[in-house]
Write a protein that binds this ligand. Structure first.
Ligand SMILES: [Zn+2]
Length: 227
């Protein structure tokens, strides 16, 4: 079961660790919470590489990253570590969204604060469209590590690249590790701005028609960059 990873997979394992470290350095996650994965497919393996559970990212080595199969249950295809307790969310997102190459899950402070109010992020700012739609939904609460939580997350991500998880955190997905991480930062930035605006009053929301214009512009111009 434990064939040694080739050089491509070794590089991807390092990139998963680098992304997890950067997630904490950027202040969108703290400690051992959160997790990162990358899709990995070759002739011998169809699955994803995910951070192990309960290990500080600074002490995580490439061999600690767990290779999990896209099919079936928890049995790691390669590796001796136990995968992140949220491996079901990663597996199910890769199954539901074949265009996804990476997933970043954080307990980002402002996004999680909104999620603890069971509030998603509405179209209070045009950059909400960076997540793919006119809002960023908050998935209903379910116990961490459960299939129910994974089901809620996949549903909340429908037509989107990010969502909040009630009383828990946030998820961002992308076509690469840097893209998923950048979106996770954007979601936290939006959550902080929305939070701050709520301290003063009820933010004015953009119309569905205006958000449709913004979403179309993002499509035309490729990946959104801050204007
Ligand atoms: Zn979590």
């Amino acid at each position: 079961m434990n064939a040694a990873p080739g050089p491509d997979e070794l590089a991807l394992r390092r990139a998963v660790i680098a992304t997890a470290l950067e997630m904490n350095a950027l202040g969108i996650n703290r400690g051992k919470s959160g997790n990162v994965s990358a899709r990995r497919r070759d002739a011998a393996f169809d699955g994803y590489l995910i951070t192990p559970t309960g290990m500080p990212y600074a002490e995580t080595a490439p061999e600690d990253i767990v290779a999990m199969p896209i099919a079936g249950e928890a049995e790691p295809a390669r590796g001796t570590r136990v995968p992140s307790s949220e491996w079901r969310i990663h597996r199910d997102i890769y199954r539901a969204r074949p265009d996804t190459a990476a997933i970043v899950h954080t307990h980002a402070p402002f996004a999680t604060s909104l999620a603890c109010l069971n509030r998603g992020i509405p179209a209070f700012h045009y950059m909400v469209a960076a997540a793919g739609g006119s809002d960023i939904r908050c998935a209903p609460y379910a116990t961490f590590g459960t299939q129910a939580l994974s089901d809620h997350a996949v549903a909340a991500l429908d037509g989107r690249r990010a969502c909040l998880l009630a009383n828990h955190g946030a998820i961002a997905i992308g076509t690469s590790l840097p893209a998923a991480l950048a979106l996770a930062v954007e979601v936290e930035t939006l959550a902080e701005m929305y939070w701050r605006a709520l301290q003063v009053g009820e933010p004015t929301l953009l119309s569905d028609a205006e958000m449709a214009v913004v979403i179309a512009k993002f499509r035309t111009y490729g990946q959104p960059r801050h204007a």
